[in-house]
Design a protein around this ligand. Sequence first.
Ligand code: SF4
Length: 348
Amino acid sequence: MLDQNSFKKDLLSWFDENQRAMPWRETTNPYYIWISEVMLQQTQVKTVIDYYHRFTERFPTVADLSDAHQDEVLKYWEGLGYYSRARNFHHAIQEVQTKYNGQVPSNPDLFKQLKGVGPYTQAAVMSIAFDLPLPTVDGNVFRVWSRLNNDFSDTTKQSVRKKFEDELRPYVATQAGQFNQAMMELGALICTPKSPLCLLCPVQSHCEALEQGTVDDLPVKTKKVKKKTIHQNCYVIKNKQGELLIEQRTEKLLNGMWEFPMYEAAHSEEDVYDLLKQDVSISEAPIFKLKHQFTHLTWDIKVFSVDDTIDADQVELAENFTWMKLEDRDQFNFPASMHKVLDALESK
Ligand code: SF4
């Protein structure tokens, strides 16, 4: 069992001297801290820093973000992936503006009711911005805490998150923000998934797994179910004027982002004819192939080209379609997979 006081003292004095400089560590503004926490989900610190600067420069206050159009918000998110984070955050900020007069609520229960705020974001923002005693349990903390306690509980289980939160709660009775950040920083810099730096670890004298020689066996995670692969055919359709047909997604996944018309491979040619209401010739072989990985599935995409005899005026399109000049690509939000297609078209 850890000695709470001396463990916390060792951890915090290490954090004090070794924490990485990050722009969101220089502010106590809950709106900025919240932005950083949303961006950092599934994304590395070094990638987030530039996005954070651009985002906070363009939307310096809750009111600025609340007033912005979703397309512009997504544009500032483009490349970070997991776009539902941005949409939910934008929605939540609009709620903060209207319901709470632009002030991020410091009541954890009210904060938790905002769109996209799960237990991790709630604890992170509330502890870092307001020093409220809520423990954060993210992937780093699961790993560090399992090892420190030589705990072989399955960290993919919801009940284990709850157990870890309960165990950590006494540690965040004071200096909650510092403690939470120190645990996550230890996981990121020292207690890494592979080859942790135990010899340099500031809390090695408290570590049960190090003593038992079980560091490499922890944390326990049951194997994830195999990702589903969906085969998609994507069509680069050019009209006589040299413009390209693009479609704004209405599905939940990548909602609001633009793409070249894309269909599940099994019946996609018929879909192209249905879309254009005319016979067109589609390249026999794909002009290239790519993969797009999501957390739960993979798109295996074959890209085909469609000839350029199409007269744009003759094609009646639904509202979420438009013709775009390749040089105007920056005016639309494309996911990473479509940027690969656009880059390839540009380099032709
Ligand atoms: Fe992690 Fe090693 Fe430190 Fe234990 S001693 S907390 S396993 S880095």
